[in-house]
Write a protein that binds this ligand. Sequence first.
Ligand code: IMP
Ligand code: MG
Length: 191
Amino acid sequence: MIPAPNYPYAFIDHIIISEEEIRQRVDTLGEQITNDYKDSDKLVLLGLLRGSVMFVTDLMRKVRRPLTMDFMSVSSYAGSTSSGFVRIDSDHKSNIHGWDVILIDDIVDTGYTINTVRKLLMDRNPRSLKTCALLDKVERHKVEIDIDYLGFSIPDYFVVGYGLDIDEKGRNLPYIASVNLERYQDLYGKS
Ligand code: IMP
Ligand code: MG
């Protein structure tokens, strides 16, 4: 593990996935999606705000198919512990009835978020629905889930960067870094 350079965020521990590793993995996922959706002219990438924004915008450039992009915002998380409860704060704008939807989140932790949103979208009758996540903390799943397109499995660290945050901080880091939660608490109090 590479110690993170002295970035504005003093609570960063280590870079666990570099910019270059992310770029390569996103290329591969884009390639897979391009192949899997050869016959689709109604593909929509549906990202969950705000953590998936960087991932969605990078990934969409690597998909060589006609597609549209949409977002929805749900909350399920207060600080660093999941509540297992998902509320829609802002719904997607386009009608997904008859569309091939890829639901995209930044990270799967307990699995509640992606699982609940997935079920909710199924009721809206898409032609197909697949899931995609940049990161997955497999050890922490509390529900059975299947991620169709996964970037990386990671150990049980709290991570920030490439869109992911801790209380809105850290999203602009171009890599994925682990958070030193003790140092974070010293700086900002309990997250
Ligand atoms: P789940 O519902 O427990 O799977 O939680 C997923 C959501 O929790 C993600 O969309 C993230 O917003 C947030 N989350 C979980 N782990 C992390 C982390 O390590 N860093 C930043 N956000 C996280
Ligand atoms: Mg999120």
